[in-house]
Design a protein around this ligand. Structure first.
Ligand SMILES: NC(=O)c1ccc[n+]([C@@H]2O[C@H](COP(=O)([O-])OP(=O)(O)OC[C@H]3O[C@@H](n4cnc5c(N)ncnc54)[C@H](OP(=O)(O)O)[C@@H]3O)[C@@H](O)[C@H]2O)c1
Length: 312
């Protein structure tokens, strides 16, 4: 197949492009400033901005399948000159319109576990509205809603370290908010299945990794991997929100009130749809294994193993 991966130069995109290429597809990564050296060998790049229809229409029409991975970072305020509406919603509308007009057959949309058209948070509201645009299209669509994704080049571990310090650190609410981190290569393989296999058409998948970890546990693991212990102290959520509101409008401090609010969200799946891809939790890579900590535990009384839950 001829597959266009919008956002194919990003963290998940490069892994998906590699997986699709390895399966024998012709793959092109679309981005505003694609660096050919940032994509796997054999993957083509093309310039396009999903929020500008004319810049993508011809490219989209030249493909059999389109994957939409374009999004703003959920961890930071949108850069000036853009918005969640523009990138998530308008961008999806443009890709869908170009795909329908151009005779594209299959469309895979990357969304989010908390996507909801009625969410008070712009990130999740526009992701939810974008899902509706995809569902209402004439295309053979599949929607993915993963928990946080880890792997080489992720924002998740880097962001955890940005928010914290080794040895002693404070986290809103003590960092008790749960995640179900999924390894990027496990996710990319499932997305490639959705591109190829009719059985995934018309499905919305909630995808989580093999274990549930709190932000506190992820912080402990991230520093343990560097040989540095950390003690997490709680900051009351109300104080963190105030800090976020104050930091929001300050230049060079991108972490705002929406990001603080999003720290309260449960990022786990009730029924893990990895089973739709013939996988169980035992087939998926754990964060400890990725960090080189397999079998060592986190070194605290709230070790990950004591908080693990069955994911599939
Ligand atoms: N990473 C996670 O933990 C996670 C978890 C759940 C869901 N997701 C979803 O997965 C998708 C990919 O995430 P990621 O972490 O791989 O993101 P990423 O690394 O930030 O990549 C974003 C990609 O989108 C491109 N892009 C941004 N704005 C664009 C525009 N207006 N037009 C065309 N391309 C544009 C970027 O390239 P340029 O800047 O050069 O344009 C880049 O290729 C997103 O939809 C995200 O919401 C991610």
């Amino acid at each position: 197949m001829n597959v266009l991966v919008a956002g194919g130069t990003g963290f998940i995109g490069t892994n998906l492009c590699r997986e699709l290429r390895d399966r024998g597809h012709d793959v092109t990564a679309l981005a505003r400033e694609p660096n050919p050296d940032s994509v796997p060998e054999g993957v083509a790049t093309v310039v396009g901005d999903v929020s500008a229809y004319d810049s993508i229409v011809e490219t989209v029409a030249a493909h059999d399948a389109v994957v939409n991975l374009v999004a703003l970072s959920p961890l930071f305020e949108p850069p000036s000159g853009t918005s969640h509406e523009e990138v998530h919603l308008r961008g999806t509308e443009n890709l869908i319109r170009a795909a329908e007009d151009g005779g594209v057959i299959r469309f895979v949309q990357m969304s989010n576990l908390s996507a909801d058209p009625d969410s008070e948070l712009a990130y999740f509201r526009t992701k939810g509205k974008a899902e509706n645009v995809v569902r209402e299209s004439d295309l053979e669509w599949t929607i993915f809603c993963p928990s946080v994704v880890f792997g080489e080049g992720d924002e998740f571990i880097g962001f955890t370290k940005l928010l914290t310090t080794p040895y002693v650190t404070a986290l809103p609410g003590g960092g008790e908010n749960p995640f179900q981190p999924i390894w990027v290569e496990d996710l990319a393989a499932m997305m490639a299945d959705a591109v190829e296999d009719d059985r995934h058409v018309g499905k919305r998948y909630q995808i989580g990794g093999p274990e549930v970890l709190t932000m506190k546990q992820v912080t402990e693991l991230a520093y343990e991997a560097e040989g540095r212990p950390v003690t997490v102290l709680p900051i009351p959520m109300a104080m963190a929100k105030l800090g976020g509101i104050l930091a929001g409008p300050v230049p060079f401090v991108p972490f705002g009130p929406d990001q603080i609010r999003s720290l309260k969200i449960d990022n786990t799946v009730a029924d893990n749809d990895v089973t739709a891809f013939g996988r169980t939790k035992d087939d998926l890579r754990t964060l400890e294994d990725y960090l080189g900590l397999s079998g060592s535990g986190s070194g605290s009384e709230s070790s990950p193993s004591s908080h693990q839950s069955e994911a599939a």
